[in-house]
Design a protein around this ligand. Sequence first.
Ligand code: SME
Length: 152
Amino acid sequence: MVTDYDLLKKQLDELAAEEPFYVPLMSNAAALMWEAMEDINWVGFYFMKDGGLVLGPFQGKVACIHIQVGKGVCGTCVERDMVQRVPDVHKFPGHIACDSLTNSEIVLPLHHDGEVVAVLDIDSKKFQRFTEEDEAGLRKVALCLEENLKWE
Ligand code: SME
């Protein structure tokens, strides 16, 4: 089943209209994606804080709390300010295995005032889980969050 990203975006817009503060909105965004996406084993956010990434709202197993910029898929996403769509994490230099069952993942940067302030990380046990179509849909989700999130 292909995820209906337009529906996801609509649901996010509605949630944001009620409360755009980043804690509830990102928590519910993770919960929505957890329900809407097949074959994922983790979905959530890391925030930039004190020059590194720190764990934010998520669904799935207990995860690594700190990730350095430039390390792993999330840290590479921040360093390059580029979406990282990884078909096989075992071939990604420095991949951080929070869950050894993860085989593919996608990480997207979230910006505020021109800076990367967070990343959206989604993992799967399936190799090549995330298609170009997923990337395009998730870019829209990330943009929707960037437009709506209130950071204080
Ligand atoms: N896989 C990530 C680490 C975060 S966990 O997957 C939740 C990475 O290499 O950046």
